[in-house]
Design a binder for this molecule. Structure first.
Ligand SMILES: Nc1ncnc2c1ncn2[C@@H]1O[C@H](COP(=O)(O)OP(=O)(O)O)[C@@H](O)[C@H]1O
Ligand SMILES: [Mg+2]
Length: 234
């Protein structure tokens, strides 16, 4: 068993072909240790979302390899990728991506649908919503929740199948500072108490300060890395 939760080697992504070809990722190497909590920062267009999407199997690279634990994500057929996306990673997006017609509880259960909604999974979904401070919101639809509450439902959904790694792309990007701080506090708790490995993209230095390590991207390359002290949540 490797000691890395995420291992990226020489990852390259070229969009388009010929004269319009554009190199969004240029031989990226990146390791995230188990129970790591890493932020990726960088200017808009530097390749942050492309990197996260390829790590999570939502997009395919032009070259290079990605491992989640011992499972190789790259080079898998679509049928396998589907399973990897479902079981190895949990995704949280800037714009929540919740189903508007489902309750908070059913949104959390959605990734479990192909595996069967057992009593145990329903209880786990409730426990996760409780942990997110949403015990009295389980039957509400997204439109009946605040933006901060919607992101906490999305966080519970990302955890329902107990993935090895949580991937989050600008998870506080649509939240005000109070709700953003609350979501970051929950990420911290998941990392420190549940041992979840977290890789998150942010352009907010206040968010990155809470991570253990910050990686800076520029023009599709890792341009620097620094250890960050964990800050108290205000
Ligand atoms: N599907 C795509 N087709 C062509 N170019 C893309 C596509 N997705 C992203 N890009 C380009 O790749 C670069 C990196 O994009 P992205 O990963 O979204 O950056 P970031 O998340 O850091 O803002 C940008 O220049 C963007 O325009
Ligand atoms: Mg992006």
């Amino acid at each position: 068993m490797t000691d890395s939760a995420v291992n990226v080697s020489r990852l390259t992504k070229i969009y388009g072909q010929g004269r319009t070809a554009f190199k969004a990722l240029d031989e990226i190497n990146l390791k995230v240790e188990r129970r790591g909590f890493v932020a990726i920062m960088g200017p808009s267009g530097s390749g942050k979302s492309t990197l996260l999407n390829i790590i999570g199997g939502l997009d395919r690279p032009t070259a290079g390899e990605v491992y989640i634990g011992d499972v190789e994500v790259t080079g898998q057929p679509e049928s396998q990728l589907y399973q990897i996306r479902r079981e190895q990673v949990g995704f949280v997006f800037q714009s929540f991506h919740l189903s508007p017609i489902l309750s908070a509880l059913d949104n959390v259960l959605l990734p479990a649908l192909p595996l069967g909604i057992t009593h145990q999974r329903r209880e786990r979904a409730k426990t996760l919503l409780d942990r997110m401070g949403l015990a009295n919101r389980v039957q509400r639809k997204p439109a009946e929740l605040s933006t901060g509450e919607r992101q906490r439902v999305a966080l519970a959904r990302a955890l329902i199948l107990d993935p090895m790694v949580l991937l989050a792309d600008e998870p506080t990007g649509n939240l005000d500072s109070h709700n953003g701080a609350e979501v970051i506090r929950l990420f911290r708790e998941l990392n420190e108490e549940m041992g979840k490995t977290i890789l998150l993209v942010t352009h907010d230095a206040r968010v990155a300060r809470h991570c253990r390590r910050v990686i800076f991207l520029r023009d599709g390359r890792v341009c620097s890395e620094e250890e960050a002290g964990l800050e108290e949540v205000i």
